[in-house]
Design a protein. Structure first.
Ligand SMILES: CC(C)(COP(=O)(O)OP(=O)(O)OC[C@H]1O[C@@H](n2cnc3c(N)ncnc32)[C@H](O)[C@@H]1OP(=O)(O)O)[C@@H](O)C(=O)NCCC(=O)NCCS
Length: 372
């Protein structure tokens, strides 16, 4: 009798030099650097460079990289036309999945010397623009110039979405959230990207498939579901009462629990402080207080810690980011991690193809169509 590892929990299916997740003594690291140090001292562009190119950039490398990403923000006219044809009700994750796929046919990997790193940079920069372009066209019928003067993808995104100078606190918070989301070992979407890559498919296909895997509420979609929950309450007391009812009904509270971090997600402490800072700065602490109360109830009743998606929902909201953009921003940031894994998978590839135990009908005779 073979042993079935449903959900592959705890099963080691490969090696990686990109990140450690919850390893004793190491915590979360990207290429050996702790997430606490990176969140405090590095921008998202430095982290993206670290993941995709394998080392932290020096000043001149970072300047050149920022200029490159700024050039790659500009969308081809046909992509703008496609974005204009999408319904207003489209979820922006579908906008990204469609836009990334279209770029893959306009600028295929392999043509004109484009490799996986080009695809990573092009997708991170242009997916940020796609979100802004689609949002402004769908909601205000405006055709925005996707080449802003903002340095950094966080500021570029905020400028496009809000059509205003980004507040420094919001820009800094969003940049740090992008750092926190950039990489996380063999999570569902990254594993998806590695499976696609193992068939020798191109990087765009791996990223498009990963976007699909990220969309669900058990993975990236949890931050939007967490915001819907938090914003459904007026007071911490109301939240407490309702969470008790939900737990009694055995409902999942999105943004809590984690497959690997059973004693707390190190990213959650960082993003919680960012959310606290924004709440203080804005004088708007209603959602932060509600979030803290939900955290207390979940710990008391279930012993469950928040994961990154819970307090990042509150922080995003206080940055002025619309809820439907939470998971798409996760996708923009995680593209750096996904492509780092594409490159690593290619370096030592073997087709990923597990087996299943069959539990269907016994062998039986086929009755021809007209005799059934
Ligand atoms: C992330 C997640 C899928 C991990 O799942 P997992 O490792 O398979 O853990 P399990 O589903 O086995 O959970 C163990 C127990 O805790 C409960 N639990 C886990 N997360 C819970 C949550 N968010 N709310 C309520 N109960 C939860 C499960 O119901 C289960 O209870 P049981 O033993 O009585 O059946 C799970 O915690 C979850 O669904 N969380 C909500 C979605 C989320 O925030 N996703 C983002 C992840 S970064």
């Amino acid at each position: 009798m073979s042993v079935i590892d449903k959900g592959l929990a705890g099963v080691i299916v490969g090696e990686t030099a990109i990140s450690t997740v919850g390893k004793a003594g190491a915590g979360l690291t990207y290429r050996g650097y702790s997430i606490e140090d990176l969140a405090r001292d590095a921008t998202f562009e430095e982290v993206a460079y670290l993941l995709v190119y394998g080392k932290l950039p020096n000043v001149s490398e970072l300047n050149a990289y920022q200029e490159r990403l700024a050039r790659l923000r500009v969308l081809p006219p046909s992509v703008c036309q496609m974005l204009e044809s999408l319904p207003m009700s489209t979820h922006p994750m579908d906008v990204l999945r469609t836009g990334a796929s279209m770029l893959g046919s306009l600028e295929p990997e392999g043509d004109e010397g484009r490799g996986a790193a080009y695809v990573a940079d092009r997708l991170m920069a242009s997916m940020t623009s796609m979100l802004g372009y689609w949002h402004r066209f769908a909601h205000r019928k405006q055709r925005v110039d996707t080449q802003t003067d903002e340095v950094g993808l966080a500021a570029h995104f905020l400028r496009l979405i809000t059509d205003a100078e980004p507040r420094e606190a919001a820009r800094k918070t969003l940049d740090t959230i992008l750092v926190l989301y950039a990489e996380h070992e063999y999570n569902a979407s990254t594993f998806t990207a590695r499976v696609v890559t193992s068939t020798l498919a191109d990087t765009y296909s791996a990223v498009v498939a990963a976007i699909g895997a990220l969309r669900g509420p058990l993975h990236g979609g949890a931050n939007e579901a967490a915001m819907d929950l938090i914003s459904s309450f007026e007071t911490p007391q109301e939240a407490e009462k309702s969470i008790h009812h939900m737990l009694d009904a055995r409902r999942l509270i999105m943004g809590f629990g984690h497959r690997v971090y059973k004693n707390g997600d190190p990213r959650s402490d960082i993003v919680k402080e960012l959310a606290r800072g924004l709440a203080l700065e804005s004088g708007n602490n209603a959602y932060f207080d509600i979030s803290v109360r939900i955290e207390e109830v979940m710990m008391r009743e279930k012993g469950l810690h928040p994961n990154l998606d819970f307090f990042s929902a509150t922080a995003y909201h206080l940055c002025g980011v619309p809820t439907v953009m939470f998971t798409p921003l996760f996708a923009v940031s995680r593209t750096a991690g996904w492509v780092a894994h594409v490159i690593e998978q290619r370096d030592d590839n073997r087709l990923i193809r597990p087996n299943a135990d069959y539990n269907g009908p016994q062998a039986r005779e086929l009755v021809k169509l007209h005799d059934r």
